[in-house]
Design a protein around this ligand. Structure first.
Ligand code: GUN
Ligand code: ZN
Length: 439
């Protein structure tokens, strides 16, 4: 049996601060211990209560100046876009044609796919992210390369082959039948193998015919427990194009609804420009809207409306996501910081406790994985991020005026922090990333 314990300041959520209230939403232990056995959290509590009961010889890794949290979770990201991030000067449809589709064609080469998957996953770990919902490319080889790299690191990942049967260069197209067959084979190979999980992934309605969307719906009905991920209502030109391509549908959401793609394991990237009936359907089906702030600002798509998603009359479940490479940072801290700014422009707010809830338990719930990840609780998988609130000189300087106020400390951490604030990342109890103190 592999055992270790992590000692430090612990922060873990038990509820959404927006519902439970800030005080009841989390557990914060100044000198805590997380005991890990065979990849699972065995015990969590005060260090002075637990240290005496440790099996003799259990190594204790002490992070005296750090916050120990559940590993961060990203609900929408593209691994083939590590060389697309920070591409200048376009909005969505031109950005896809000019930058993204050419790069995604390179993933026909398994060596390119494997090297990129390795880079991508190590970069997530450097940012404290241990789980993500990931788009691969249309090529099955790109999916095999991704899951193989994730399996080697024992990371809990959701991923899938992009399905596209129109609107892209020939090298990136499948057909409705081929997309169905290849997705089915990939799900059979990877879904539930170790920590790997499959998502049926029609890219969006612009690049899938009705027949392909229906094939995606069939996959969801036929394969037990898989996810669905796509893009919805990101950009005005995209929405107009969907209206032309699907004149019989009453809305963009209705295009997916008719194909049977809405549901509690369905993740919709962006969801910026939605009408009331669309929100109603997303709410009724318990579908998830993925808020991608750095992407929405960078590609100039628009401002996500969190308050509307939370309308008690028809609440829509929300996840927070980087959307690299439309998004500009792998860091969920930076993503939360930009979410705050987007909501500022909407006259809304994002308290720091709410942001850290979203990055951890909130996103675990959005993915339906809260029984496995997202909290420091006995029985959960031991995916853990160790964060340093004084990671840079400017952060340390700013922290001097934070006097024991957790919410203020977290707000500085998310606003100024990024990969430099991640001191270590553990995956299923194994340390997969460690960095010396920066600054
Ligand atoms: N819509 C369809 N494909 C994409 C993509 O790769 N990135 C983003 N941001 N939006 C999309
Ligand atoms: Zn995306």
């Amino acid at each position: 049996m592999t055992r270790r314990a992590l000692r430090g300041r612990l922060l873990s959520f038990v509820g959404d601060p927006a519902d439970a209230g800030a005080g009841a939403s989390h557990r914060h232990i100044e000198d805590g211990l997380v005991v890990i056995e065979d990849g699972l959290i065995r015990a969590v509590g005060e260090a002075h209560d637990l240290l005496g009961g440790l099996v003799p010889g259990t190594p204790v890794e002490h992070w005296p100046d750090c916050l120990i949290l559940p590993g961060l979770i990203d609900t929408h990201i593209h691994y083939p876009q590590t060389r697309v991030i920070a591409s200048y000067g376009t909005q969505l449809l031109d950005w896809l044609q000019r930058y993204t589709f050419p790069e995604e064609q390179r993933f026909a080469d398994p060596a390119h796919a494997a090297a990129t998957a390795d880079f991508f996953l190590d970069e997530l770990l450097r940012n404290g992210t241990t789980t993500a919902a990931v788009y691969c490319t249309v090529r099955p080889e790109s999916v095999d390369a991704f899951f193989a790299a994730s399996e080697r690191r024992n990371m809990r990942m959701i991923a899938g082959k992009v399905m596209m049967d129109r609107g892209a260069p020939p090298g990136l197209l499948d057909t409705a039948e081929q997309g169905y067959r290849e997705s089915r084979e990939l799900a059979a190979r990877w879904h539930g193998r170790g920590r790997q999980l499959y998502a049926v992934t029609p890219r969006f309605a612009v690049t899938s015919t009705q027949a392909q969307l229906e094939a995606a719906g069939a996959l969801l009905r036929e394969i037990e427990g898989v996810w669905m991920q796509t893009h919805l209502s990101e950009n005005e030109r995209e929405i107009a194009t969907v209206r032309e391509l699907f004149p019989e549908a009453s809305s963009y959401t209705d295009v997916y609804d008719r194909a049977g793609l809405l549901g509690p394991r369905s993740l919709f990237g962006h969801c910026i420009h939605l009408a009331a009936e669309e929100l109603q359907r997303l709410s009724a089906t318990r579908s998830v809207a993925c808020f991608c702030p750095t992407s929405n600002l960078f590609i100039g798509s628009g401002l996500f409306d969190l308050a509307t998603m939370r309308d008690p009359a028809r609440p829509v479940r929300v996840g927070l996501a980087t959307d690299v490479g439309g998004g500009t940072s792998y860091s969920m801290l930076q993503t939360a910081a930009e979410a705050y700014k987007v909501l500022q422009l909407r006259g809304q707010n994002l308290p720091a406790l709410e942001a850290f809830y979203m990055m951890t338990l909130g996103n675990a719930r959005a993915l339906g994985l809260e029984d496995r990840i997202g909290a420091l609780e006995p029985g959960r998988e031991a995916d853990i991020a160790v964060l340093d609130c004084r990671a840079t000189p400017a952060m340390a300087h700013r922290m001097e005026s934070v006097e024991g106020d957790l919410a203020e400390e977290l707000f500085v951490l998310m606003t100024m922090g990024d990969d430099r604030a991640v001191r270590a990342t553990y995956v299923a109890g194994e340390r997969r990333h460690v960095s010396p103190r920066a600054g």
